[in-house]
Design a protein around this ligand. Structure first.
Ligand code: BG6
Length: 501
């Protein structure tokens, strides 16, 4: 694989969890696979006072926690840690970023680095508008000879207005093509494989439309609760946290038209078109096509867990949703009339992310007991865990008569290679180092998705408690999910749920 030019990665918010659990272990993997640039330095920035050595020690622990078989004395691990540095100052004060500039200059000189810098904002979102200004004031955002890129973690805004505001601010400092809005779901192997499955095989394309697809399900359930992120989750909820970004992106990969070429802008054009064709709910549809829920105390894998309202930093009367099930439609020629159902929730029975394409049934049932309806023919893309793709169809049970049973032709990623699948952050970090924005979200797509999401949030804000249902932790979700199903004209939906479980 291609190697990026020598450069420096400045991680802002480097004392946090994301850096230690995800970013540094992903960089270490790239190092082991010899994919890091020839000359490469990581400079961590945060308010916490740490020396370079203390920062390295913290990151060593993070890498060791992610790779159980690795020894703390491993030579390569120690060589890698030597390229990590740290500087602390009050990042909230835009007047003091000169400290960062001095450290950057010193490291560039010491390691003969060209003037290429990526700034990664791994901070709480309230810093997203402060940091770029601080960087600009200190002169760090301009280079006559190299590049400047900025990576912004989600959430990118909390509604359309704030997303537009943030984009305007960033675009006043960086070029749009140097702004990388990260969505870690797009770095997942199976998600990228949706593009390959669809656009490198002739057999699926003729079926990939409203004429042959009955409906599509996108499911992403978690057993985890909000952990120590109560503060953030109270302002986000499942709709903003999972649907506005991750799950709408999955939907876009399934629904997009084939791009003219495989370059970032052609692909991102097609994704933006999907977001623009999202059918906006009428007031009546807002009532019927969305179910929101919140977990109460229950059991997960035999352990008692508390209710959402009892979590740290959560209001005891919170109406924040931890579960959403919704029926979406796309107003376009390929998908008009084909529903997409999205479900996501915390503290559910199982952790899984899966996309199921349900194909339409045969026009006539020739066999007694034939599995009927769209539940018979499915293409199941299992994003995680046990990454796989399965095609399900009916076949005859051996023996007399014509008893039909659903069988599954499975492809497991583990059978393709015994190497562990790369973490999403590995792919995404490598891409930003190479300047490839294919798997990063563009401003127009973000804005189109907020235009769809905003009216839902406004409706819920008006309603408060009304319409919020509760489900025990460890269950399948709110009981009134049946409402969504039974109000739907698609009777097959109920059958399919049984199979999915
Ligand atoms: C994050 C959300 O973006 O994605 C979390 O903020 C969620 O709330 C996580 O738990 C899920 O990611 P994954 O990769 O574990 O499915």
């Amino acid at each position: 694989m291609e190697k990026a030019d020598s450069q420096m990665l400045v991680i802002l918010g480097a004392s946090g969890d994301l850096t230690t659990r995800k970013l540094i272990p992903a960089l270490y993997e790239l190092y082991i696979r010899n994919l890091l640039p020839e000359n490469f330095v990581v400079l961590g920035v945060a308010r916490t006072a740490l020396t370079d050595d203390e920062f390295r020690q913290k990151q060593r622990d993070g890498i060791l926690a992610s790779q159980k078989e690795l020894s703390a004395k491993d030579i390569r691990l120690n060589l890698f840690l030597e390229c990590l540095f740290y500087v602390n100052f009050d990042t909230r004060d835009t007047a003091v970023y000169g400290v960062l500039k001095d450290r950057v200059n010193e490291l560039q000189k010491r390691y003969l680095l060209p003037d290429n810098i990526i700034f990664y904002m791994a901070t709480p979102p309230e810093m997203y508008e402060v940091i770029p200004v601080g960087l600009q004031k200190s002169g760090l955002t301009y280079s006559a000879t190299g590049f400047r890129r900025i990576v912004v973690e989600k959430p990118f805004g909390t509604n359309l207005k704030s997303a537009q505001h943030l984009t305007r601010l960033l675009e006043s400092i960086f070029d749009e093509h140097d702004i990388f809005r990260i969505d870690h779901y797009l770095g997942k192997e199976t998600v990228q494989n949706i593009l390959v499955l669809r656009f490198s095989n002739g057999i699926f394309e003729p079926l990939w439309n409203r004429n042959y697809v009955d409906y599509v399900e996108i499911i992403s359930t978690e057993t985890l609760g909000v952990e120590n992120r109560g503060n953030y989750y109270e302002t986000a909820g499942a709709l903003r946290d999972m649907i506005q970004n991750h799950l709408l992106q999955l939907m876009a990969f399934i629904a997009m038209e084939p791009p003219a070429t495989f370059d970032p802008e052609s692909i991102r054009d097609e994704i933006a078109k999907v977001f623009r064709s999202l059918h906006h709910y009428t007031p009546e549809e807002l009532q019927k096509q969305i179910v929101r829920g919140q977990y109460i105390a229950g059991n997960i894998e035999g352990e008692k867990v508390q209710s959402y309202r009892d979590e740290k930093n959560v209001d005891v009367k919170s109406v924040r949703e931890t579960y959403v099930a919704m029926k979406l439609e796309l107003d376009n020629w390929r998908w008009g009339g084909t529903p997409f159902y999205i479900y996501t929730g915390k503290r559910l029975a199982e952790k899984k992310t899966e996309i199921i394409i349900h194909f339409k049934s045969t026009p006539q049932q020739l066999f007694v007991g034939q599995c009927s309806g769209s539940s018979c023919n499915q293409l199941v893309i299992r994003v995680q865990p046990d990454e796989s793709i399965a095609l399900r169809f009916g076949l005859k049970v051996p023996g007399s008569g014509f008893e039909v049973r659903q069988v599954s032709m499975d492809f497991l990623y583990s059978s393709l290679s015994d190497k562990k699948l790369p973490d999403a952050y590995e792919r995404l970090l490598l891409d930003v180092m190479l300047g490839d924005s294919t798997l990063y979200s563009r401003a127009d797509a973000q804005e189109a998705s907020w235009r769809f999401i905003d009216p839902i949030i406004d409706d819920w804000t008006k309603k408060g408690n009304e319409g919020l249902t509760f489900y025990p932790a460890g269950s399948e979700g709110p009981r009134n999910i049946g409402q969504l199903i039974s109000l739907d004209e698609k009777p097959n939906f109920v059958r399919c749920k049984a199979i999915v479980k």
